[in-house]
Write a protein that binds this ligand. Structure first.
Ligand SMILES: Nc1ncnc2c1ncn2[C@@H]1O[C@H](COP(=O)(O)OP(=O)(O)O)[C@@H](O)[C@H]1O
Ligand SMILES: [Mg+2]
Length: 322
């Protein structure tokens, strides 16, 4: 239903243009959570903003596009993407305080989101707002509906944001680092809520994070992104059992294991260099222990494990377990 096909986004800067996102393809089905994971700056948010039609002015889709139920939406103005029809995309961000209006009661903001798309009376909209607050498990919703955002905790505000996102009855929900600003207990609750909403409402969720650990707990399938490209795509269990791209293997080595102290973590040598003019071949080659000279050659091959699991690599780590 949501399909991103060969999406390439070019950003213009004073020093020239660069590709922030290169040939990204992914698809999402109803009731499915797709994790999009990668280090800061790898292009996750630009990918999601392109799908929402909310790219900053200096960025543009230079190739490929985003399709919703078969219709290309990349070049539609944002109000058409979010407006009528079966397919709607809603988004929640990391910091609800920046997206909630601080001088408006939470309930009014939900009512407004409902009435932008549906002609219902104030009373009906308010009743539905209470329902939505209940659905995101805000206790005592009939009272909480009259709270201002600052009267709520961080976790409660993120739930309110989710309620606003659901007010337009979306078929796709993009959650961009939705729990990064929250403490671990609240994070677990919010991720559990997203899973339950996905299952009960059959929304498709694009879950964006730099945290491979939460992906393991939440996603059905995972795309790993590095320097603007998807480098590995797999069902979540298979990704963790058989990481195939050397970058993914490095990411997993950075995951803390229970009982381990952070000082003992392995890390990938080097850091992702800033994006500049397109280099040929594999963007990870400069940091990769397995790289050979032909890793600088284009085009890179997709290695197919045969388990709906592919990696963009010439010398992938091969399967270790059956
Ligand atoms: N408004 C912008 N202007 C210029 N460059 C940007 C802008 N937004 C993002 N970028 C650049 O695009 C790349 C991808 O950024 P982003 O998608 O925000 O990464 P992520 O969400 O994975 O951390 C980065 O190199 C970032 O510096
Ligand atoms: Mg981001």
């Amino acid at each position: 239903m949501l399909e991103v096909r060969d999406l390439t986004v070019t950003i213009g800067t004073e020093d020239g243009a660069f590709e922030a996102v290169s040939e990204v393809s992914l698809s999402l089905a109803p009731g499915e959570i797709l994790g999009l994971v990668g280090e800061s700056g790898c292009g996750k948010s630009i990918t999601s903003l392109a799908a929402m039609g909310l790219l900053p002015p200096q960025a543009r889709v230079s190739r490929g596009g985003v399709f919703l139920d078969g219709e290309e939406i990349t070049r539609l103005p944002p109000h058409r993407r979010l407006g009528q029809g079966s397919g709607r995309i809603a988004m929640i961000f990391q910091e609800p305080m920046t997206s909630l209006n601080p001088v408006m009661r939470v309930g009014e903001q939900i009512v407004e989101a409902i009435r932008v798309r549906e002609t219902v009376s104030e009373r009906e909209a308010r009743a539905r707002a209470v329902e939505l607050l209940d659905m995101v498990r805000i206790p005592d919703p009939a009272r909480r509906i009259d709270n201002y955002p600052h009267e709520m905790s961080g976790g409660m505000r993120q739930r309110a944001m989710i309620a606003i996102a659901l007010a337009c009855r979306p078929s796709v929900l993009i959650a961009d680092e939705p729990t990064t600003a929250l403490d671990v207990t609240v994070q677990t609750q919010i991720l559990g809520l997203i899973r339950d909403l996905c299952d009960s409402l059959l929304v498709a969720v694009l879950y964006i994070t730099h945290d491979l650990g939460t992906v393991a707990a939440l996603a059905d399938r995972v795309c790993v992104m590095y320097r603007g490209r998807i480098v590995e795509r797999a069902p979540v269990a298979d990704l963790f059992r058989n990481p195939t791209h050397p970058y993914t293997v490095g990411l997993m080595a950075c995951l803390p294991r229970i009982g381990e102290r952070p000082e003992t973590l392995e890390t990938i040598p080097g850091s992702a260099p800033p994006l500049g003019p397109r280099v040929s071949g594999c963007g990870f080659a400069p940091r990769c222990e397995r790289a050979r000279p032909d890793c600088r050659d284009d085009p890179l091959p997709w290695f197919d494990t045969g388990r709906d699991h592919v990696a963009l690599c010439r010398y992938p780590m091969v399967e270790r377990e059956p």
